[in-house]
Design a protein around this ligand. Structure first.
Ligand SMILES: C[S@@+](CC[C@H](N)C(=O)[O-])C[C@H]1O[C@@H](n2cnc3c(N)ncnc32)[C@H](O)[C@@H]1O
Length: 298
């Protein structure tokens, strides 16, 4: 399966899980795809529904896609921008990266956001308490090579084309609003920050949020799928039984790439929870019988 990779990256991106998610969602041509924690948008962008609402509390990702949708920024403009800024980066190195970072924290220019996202350490999105983007530079010679810029531009072109054909909305709001307003024929895919693990996105995440998410999801009366973690070699996710015990579950083995060396890969079993039966089997949480292996090097 060919997987489309979006221009904005984020930690916890689900690129490698797209095939298993795609084969287990229950949608048809009339379904409205709802993705309240869009992050990079990789899941919905690959499902490619006709009608979709992508939302997130990170205003900069939402702004980036709205500006592409409204043709306020184009793939052509992005190429010119990255060529110019890439040249300045290769001359100024760290110093120039931090200059752009300061500029972004004052002006919130979506092109600067893309530039930082594609040159920062590991494509991480993280903000400090004052709401300033604070990810350090990801050192690499010739960061914005010709081939790299073309890759990013093609990623933007895919989105431009999809927006011609589909009705996709991008809204900056909390998951509660998005799910509360989901129409009857929606399918809701949720990928919140992982409860009980170190999280660093635009907002933090706690047990209260996880409970609120459960309540709004069940109230919405739509089919939903939730990505979360199941266990690693040290710990298991206690909230699966505490909060999500009525869900069906698919386990997916996922290797998180932490260091450059193979021995540093830390396997984690991810879980996909649904409020409907997957593949005709009822894999209730106490009775998991499916283990799928996906190897990912994030
Ligand atoms: C795990 S990431 C989603 C990754 C995404 N599925 C992907 O593959 O790229 C979680 C996202 O939830 C967003 N978020 C955190 N708290 C939120 C909230 N209360 N409402 C909506 N989005 C929130 C973060 O900004 C982040 O983009």
């Amino acid at each position: 399966m060919k997987i489309y990779v979006p221009p904005i990256k984020i930690q916890g991106i689900k690129t490698k899980l797209v095939p298993i998610i795609k084969s287990n969602v229950k949608i048809n041509a009339n379904t409205i795809w709802i993705e309240p924690f869009m992050g990079s948008g990789v899941v919905g962008f690959n499902i490619a529904p006709k009608n979709a609402i992508f939302s997130d509390t990170n205003p900069y990702t939402i702004d980036f896609y709205n500006k592409i949708k409204n043709k306020e920024i184009t793939s052509c403009e992005i190429r010119n921008f990255l060529e110019n800024e890439g040249r300045k980066l290769s001359e100024g190195d760290d110093k120039y990266y931090y200059e752009v970072r300061d500029r972004f924290n004052k002006t919130h220019n979506p092109l600067d956001f893309l530039f930082l996202n594609r040159s920062c350490f590991n494509g991480i999105i993280r903000f400090n308490r004052k709401g300033e983007f604070n990810v350090p530079y990801g050192h690499k010679n010739n960061r914005f090579s010709k081939a790299y810029i073309t890759k990013i531009v093609n990623q933007v072109k895919y989105i431009e084309n999809m927006m011609q054909e589909c009705n996709w909305q991008f809204i900056c709001q909390s998951f509660e609003e998005t799910i509360k307003n989901a129409p009857k024929n929606s399918f809701i895919y949720c990928d919140p920050p992982y409860i009980g693990r170190h999280v660093d996105y635009y907002d933090s995440w706690c047990e209260d949020d996880e409970n609120k998410l459960k309540d709004v999801l069940y109230k919405s009366n739509n089919k939903f799928m939730l990505s979360t973690w199941d266990h690693n070699e040290y710990r298991k996710n206690e909230y699966l039984e505490k909060i999500w015990c009525n869900c069906n579950k698919i386990d997916v083995e996922h290797f998180y790439h932490v260091g450059a060396k193979e021995k540093n890969r830390k396997p984690m079993i991810e879980a996909l929870l649904t409020n409907y039966e997957v593949n005709g089997e009822n894999n209730l949480i106490e009775n998991v019988n499916e283990q799928l292996k996906i190897f990912s090097f994030v």
